[in-house]
Ligand binder design. Structure first.
Ligand SMILES: C[S@@+](CC[C@H](N)C(=O)[O-])C[C@H]1O[C@@H](n2cnc3c(N)ncnc32)[C@H](O)[C@@H]1O
Length: 292
């Protein structure tokens, strides 16, 4: 699914029909966010508006839908094209081979204030959260990792700004894959990765129960995972709700139209605790999620 062979220089092959849904949702929100905040003065000065892309890619994506390959604008490029526009853009990307494409994007839009940070998103986002005065700055952050890269501690810092709206494509299938059926098969690295993304090790008690069956020799085969995708999703939603003042019901994204197991859950979290801000952001995001 995440093959990266034969990828042209400025492109990045990874998506399917779910890619279009996440990108269309993000793009609509970015527009509505800027419309809503553009003329809203804070002591006679409008807010500085920033778009932050934690896993920016290259600005373009190759996707395959029903066997047909096509190329679409990725999140970074879509953010640059939004009108009314952001005051500033911050693109974070780990891989060196994607830097050239992001720098070309910067050259293509010389009038836009674009910062490119080559770094692990967790490190970079923690720095970005400290770098701004969030009293007069508002941001939309897109978190679109391949897998379990985003750490809970990073989300904590984001929520602490009380000023960032977050779209987080949570890797449900990736998390499920890491959760071996038998708890004995969970190695320390897997356990740590799951704990880092969920911010707690409570998942071990919640998702694993003593096996109802003994093995061939009559020994109990230990704890086994008895949580469904739905229960895992509920746990993730519960965790996010402990952090953000408001979190919408996620949009579940599947690989195909015929569904099967969910791939991702697209979450929207609001870090501003103000009731007016929550109502406004919720209304916009709900409207978009219901229309897509
Ligand atoms: C799913 S792609 C992002 C696609 C992009 N949002 C778009 O719409 O075009 C995930 C990206 O995260 C990058 N990445 C992987 N691990 C990372 C990390 N720890 N920190 C930052 N970027 C990372 C990958 O190189 C890849 O470009």
């Amino acid at each position: 699914m995440f093959e990266e062979e034969n990828v042209p220089n400025d492109q990045h092959s990874f998506g399917g029909s779910w890619t279009l849904i996440k990108l269309a949702t993000l793009e609509k929100y970015l527009k509505a966010f800027n419309v809503a905040l553009k003329d809203k003065p804070l002591k006679n000065k409008p807010f500085t508006r920033i778009y932050i892309d934690g896993f920016a890619g290259t600005g373009r994506c190759d996707i395959t839908i029903s066997g047909e390959k096509t190329t679409v604008d990725g999140s970074a490029r879509r953010a640059l094209l939004v009108n009314p526009g952001f005051d500033k853009f911050c693109f974070i990307e780990l891989e060196t081979k994607k830097m050239a494409a992001l720098k070309l994007l910067q050259e293509e839009y010389p009038d836009k204030a674009i910062e490119i940070i080559q770094s692990d998103a967790n490190l970079a986002l923690k720095q970005v959260c400290k770098a701004y005065n969030w009293k007069n700055t508002r941001a939309v952050l897109f978190l679109d990792p391949y897998g379990l890269q985003l750490q809970w501690s990073t989300l904590e810092q984001i929520a602490e700004t009380k000023a960032i709206d977050v779209w987080y494509l949570f890797p449900l299938a990736g998390l499920y894959r890491q959760m071996a059926k038998n708890a004995n098969a969970l190695d320390v690295d897997k356990e740590n990765a799951i704990t880092r993304i969920l911010g707690t090790d409570e998942w071990k008690q919640v998702f694993y129960k003593p096996s109802p069956q003994d093995d061939l020799f009559g020994y109990n085969s230990g704890n086994v995972r008895d949580a469904s995708h739905k229960e895992i999703l509920q746990f993730v939603s519960h965790r996010l709700n402990t952090l953000f003042p408001a979190v919408l019901e996620p949009k579940i994204l599947y690989k195909n139209k015929d569904r099967g197991a969910p791939l991702f859950a697209l979450y929207f979290g609001i870090s501003n605790p103000g009731q007016k801000a929550i109502v406004a952001a919720k209304n916009i995001a709900n409207h978009i999620l219901n229309s897509i």
